[in-house]
Design a protein around this ligand. Structure first.
Ligand SMILES: [Zn+2]
Length: 85
């Protein structure tokens, strides 16, 4: 997961803000608590859900091997992108 997050910056040149790794409130079985998921709320100075390029970041997560990627349009993900490995 951390390798994927690193490469979002080094390989895909995204600047982004992370709201949660293992903190916050998630479903009981969430992979956040296993240290395998990240939530991103800002991408290149724009808030997710408000004109941020969330699709690009989501695709980058998938290319980096993320097995579950959620974002605006998915339930409970209007304001952040969830990338999980
Ligand atoms: Zn999440």
């Amino acid at each position: 997961m951390l390798n994927g997050v690193l490469k979002l910056g080094t390989q895909y040149h995204y600047k982004f803000e992370i709201s949660e790794f293992v903190g916050g409130k998630h479903s009981r079985t969430s992979k956040h608590y296993a240290g395998r998921a990240v939530d991103v709320t800002w991408i290149i100075g724009r808030r997710v859900g408000k004109k941020a390029d969330h699709r690009g970041l989501m695709n980058a997560c998938r290319k980096l091997g993320a097995t579950l990627v959620l974002g605006p349009g998915d339930k409970n993900h209007d304001t952040h992108v969830h990338c999980q490995w």
